[in-house]
Design a protein around this ligand. Structure first.
Ligand code: NAG
Ligand code: NAG
Ligand code: NAG
Length: 367
């Protein structure tokens, strides 16, 4: 196994890391499914296509989506009664294809998700439940990324004057901020239960006990998706930017000397033998720093060096080239959930490295 040594500069004519990764997924095949994990992967294909202009990425991706979107504009096997924010992530991909082709079936499919949002169960203060029936009255950082980026993109494209919708989206961010952010560290725990009945819920605040890196990553990236489409004149815009920049400050402070971030980010677990530098969260924070700089939200002088350090770790440690020319991505936690007691014991037990989601199984190198 050779390690790839790849420069941060992208857009060069040679095969980029992104293209090699996309080629690896095409080669192995990806089961077509409405799952968010697929949809996030396809977001990478949007970028690979944009970067290389190579039609093979667009056509493979479209084939995956067309296996789900039917000619009458419905979504294959869509459950109109299943209220799970995870499933709404797909709306972003549908809007991408609507924009690219103008074909109404994609907009129609996206509108199914948009309408489902109107029926989605809510906490007493108006936050979307993470899932009905399993996670009533709970908001998770992950859910913000799954639902509200799409909600904002839809609104900006088709319903921009709908102040009720913009206020409603802002409320989701305000709620999660009010209940999960630790004002001292600037970090956010995984979620909260407004009814305070979950076994993990703090009896006073409803907050979950731990800061889980990937949840923070989803949230961080969601802000970067929503801020650019947010109306300049809407008052929440300034707040959202503040949520993003203060979180970036906290992340800069908690970056490990290796360049990565710990799975469980709470200070008392940093360096613990069951804890480790986790690659998906590290990738999201690195990407967030770079995109934040590109959008002018973060200071280049302060964030470029930490981003470079994070990027170097990702490509040198976690991207592993295989003998057949494909690459693996190692050191990723498989799952983190508030389905159990959410304790450190359970959270670290759930850290099954998922280095090769759609491929064969191998041992992984963890830091
Ligand atoms: C979709 O996700 C569910 C639950 O997360 C999982 O059981 C199922 O295998 C996934 N399907 C595919 C095709 O990836
Ligand atoms: C990539 O994105 C840029 C900026 O949005 C756009 O101008 C360009 O046409 C895109 N390239 C491709 C191949 O889609
Ligand atoms: C405006 O947004 C609200 C909240 O999402 C929604 O209930 C309503 O249907 C939207 N109005 C239109 C015209 O789409």
């Amino acid at each position: 196994m050779k390690l790839l040594l790849l420069p941060l500069a992208v857009g060069v004519a040679t095969a980029t890391p992104l293209a090699i990764m996309a080629d690896s997924f095409i080669k192995r095949g990806v089961p077509s499914s409405i799952n968010y994990s697929q949809m996030v992967l396809y977001g990478g294909f949007e970028l690979a296509y944009n970067l290389t202009g190579d039609e093979k990425y667009a056509s493979w991706y479209r084939g995956q989506i067309d296996a789900l979107v039917q000619n009458d504009g419905t979504i294959k096997d869509w459950d109109y009664e299943k209220y799970s924010l995870d499933n709404y992530r797909m709306g972003n991909n549908l809007l991408y294809w609507y924009e690219k082709t103008g074909e109404s079936k994609y907009k129609s499919a996206a509108s199914i998700i948009r309408q489902q949002i109107n029926r989605h169960p809510r906490t007493p203060t108006g936050g979307f439940w993470h899932r009905d029936p399993v996670y009533p009255n709970q908001m998770w950082l992950d859910g913000i990324f799954m639902a509200d980026s799409f909600y904002a993109k839809w609104t900006s494209k088709f319903d921009n004057e709908n102040t009720t919708a913009w206020d409603d989206i802002a409320l989701q961010y305000d709620n999660i901020e009010a209940h999960t952010r630790n004002p001292k560290t600037g970090l956010m725990v995984h979620g909260y239960d407004e009814s305070k009945v979950a076994v993990w819920a703090d009896p006073v605040t409803g907050a979950a006990p731990l800061v889980w890196d990937r949840a923070v990553g989803w949230y961080f990236l969601s802000l970067l998706e929503v801020i650019p489409v947010w109306p300049q004149t809407h008052p929440a815009r300034k707040r959202l930017i503040d949520y993003f920049t203060t979180l970036a400050t906290a992340l800069k402070k908690t970056q490990d000397t290796s360049g990565g971030w710990w799975l469980i980010m709470d200070e008392q677990y940093v360096g613990d033998e069951k804890n480790y530098i986790e690659s998906s969260g590290s990738a999201m924070f690195t990407y967030g720093f770079l995109k934040g700089v590109r959008l002018g939200l973060l200071d280049r002088g302060q964030y470029l060096a930490p981003a470079q350090k994070g990027y170097d770790l990702l490509v040198n440690k976690f991207v592993v080239e295989k003998d057949d020319g494909t690459v693996d991505w190692e050191g990723t936690v498989e799952v983190g959930s508030l389905s159990s007691d959410a304790s450190y014991e359970v959270s670290s037990r759930e850290t099954i490295p998922l280095h090769n989601f759609y491929g064969d199984d191998q041992k992984t190198n963890l830091l």
